[in-house]
Design a protein around this ligand. Structure first.
Ligand code: KE4
Length: 426
């Protein structure tokens, strides 16, 4: 029986954990079937509880850019653990990683560490509201910034510019302060500014969207948002939880040469341990308690073990001048192979890629926003996902997710992946 042990473990998990998972996307709801339980991972590979090996294209949803069980991270965490696990006091290593992150990322002077990407984005929005003394924010349909109330907002009906809660438990009061625009659609942003003059504290955006599949900005979209923010005294928040330290050493700001006012991080910055962060120039960051009036706090923020993992990760990235070239070449190689195979097999598809973020959409249209992404053929994706999984290739269990390429992938792994895609799409 396929996934025998995972199936048994899932039955047990369902008794004690809602949906058997601690994060919904892991439950395979959009593709069906039983989620696989992973026992261990190393380099580019996952090994499930039935000892089946998978080439991993999720990499813990982004953090494992250098591969699983990356030795410098493992060593750093083991050594740090021997000294204790948490003190609730300042520690030297927090300053070390803060200093390194500030040296790697443009346009930031100071950084505050938290425990997740959600916490980073939630805190960044509160900071922007406190700094600008305004209440409304603009986010984009299809962009995800974590599960904080202000972000769980769907489009309001008709012409209303106000959002409505997209989850029970989010209040109308919260929803009315989140406005929704369309990714890559400048007019949809301008209309919101016209309808909410001098009320918009911030625009928050994934500079390369990864939560509707991989969707790049087009036609200088990010540069135009920078201009609109400057014209309106609004802060531009780049949610770089996915793109930070992945698209370049300095993330999307470096890649697209666009200045954000606040930058949010997660995933890679923690080396696989729970770390988020948000950063900006001093003038903005010093609005945060205990210096300024905007309150934000966390018992395990800057936890020594998490900082040790993150510091080892950032040091490895910072010291490897060829890393981003290798990631670009490997992902371009994969993209080329996918395009050749799906074309030869007469599939209708679109591939979007930016650096080591890539997605396949089974639709004929270009995918430049959430509406386009929604046209992708989900039944075909479901079959594609499971056919790959059975053959040892683990991609994201949703067509609304991006693949994350790790430097641990060899060209043999990429060739095997392309061979399997050929086998399942013939
Ligand atoms: P976390 O709170 O999950 O650490 O980060 C939230 C977040 C914020 N911003 C962006 C751009 C993100 O992609 C995320 C989280 N990404 C999802 C994957 N689509 C994490 C996987 C999950 O929810 O389990």
């Amino acid at each position: 029986m396929l996934y025998k042990r995972s199936s048994e473990l899932f039955v047990e998990a369902l008794k004690y954990i809602p949906g058997g998972v601690n994060s919904p996307v892991r439950a395979f709801k959009s593709v069906g079937g039983t989620p696989i339980f992973i026992k261990k991972a190393s380099g580019a590979y996952l090994f499930d509880e039935d000892d089946k090996r998978y080439i991993d294209y999720i990499n813990s949803w982004g953090p494992m850019i250098l591969g699983h069980a990356y030795q410098p991270v493992i060593d750093a965490v083991i050594e740090k653990t021997k000294l204790g696990t948490s003190f609730g006091t300042p520690t030297e290593i927090e300053t070390e990683i803060a200093k390194l992150a500030v040296s790697m990322v443009p346009n930031i002077d100071k950084i505050r560490f938290v425990n997740s990407g959600t916490e980073a984005c939630m805190s960044a929005v509160r900071l922007a509201r406190g700094y600008t003394k305004r209440e409304k924010i603009i986010k984009f349909r299809g962009c995800y910034h974590g599960h904080s109330d202000s972000f769980l907002i769907a489009a309001g009906s008709g012409l209303s510019t106000f959002g409505v809660p997209s989850s029970p438990g989010v209040t109308k009061g919260t929803a009315q302060d989140t406005l929704l625009a369309n990714f890559n659609d400048l007019n949809s942003v301008k209309e919101l500014f016209q309808a909410n003059k001098n009320e918009i504290a911030a625009i928050i955006i994934e500079p390369v969207a990864g939560n509707m599949g991989c969707v790049p900005p087009v036609n200088n979209f990010l540069q135009e948002l920078r201009s609109i923010c400057d014209e309106n005294g609004t802060l531009l928040i780049f949610d770089e939880v996915m793109t930070g330290f992945r698209l370049a050493k300095g993330g999307a700001q470096e890649l697209f040469n666009v200045t954000a006012d606040i930058v949010c991080f997660g995933k890679v910055i923690g080396g696989g341990l729970p770390v988020g962060a948000f950063a900006a120039r001093t003038e903005i960051m010093d609005y945060l308690a205990p210096v300024g009036p905007v309150y934000q706090a966390g018992t395990l923020s800057g936890n020594p073990l998490a900082m040790a993992a993150g510091l080892a990760m950032l040091q490895s990235i910072n010291n490897d001048a060829e890393l981003f070239n290798r990631l670009e070449e490997k992902t371009a190689y994969l993209e080329d192979g996918i395009r050749k195979i799906l074309t030869a097999n007469n599939k209708t598809f679109t591939v979007n890629r930016v650096g080591s973020m890539i997605s396949i959409f089974f639709c004929e249209n270009q995918v430049e926003n959430y509406e386009d992404a929604s046209k992708a053929d989900t039944p075909e994706f479901k079959k594609f996902f499971h056919d790959l999984l059975e053959r040892g290739v683990y991609i994201a269990p949703s067509s609304y997710e991006t693949w994350f390429i790790t430097d641990a992938l060899s060209y043999e792994d990429l060739d095997e992946t392309i061979r399997v895609i050929n086998e399942v799409t013939k």
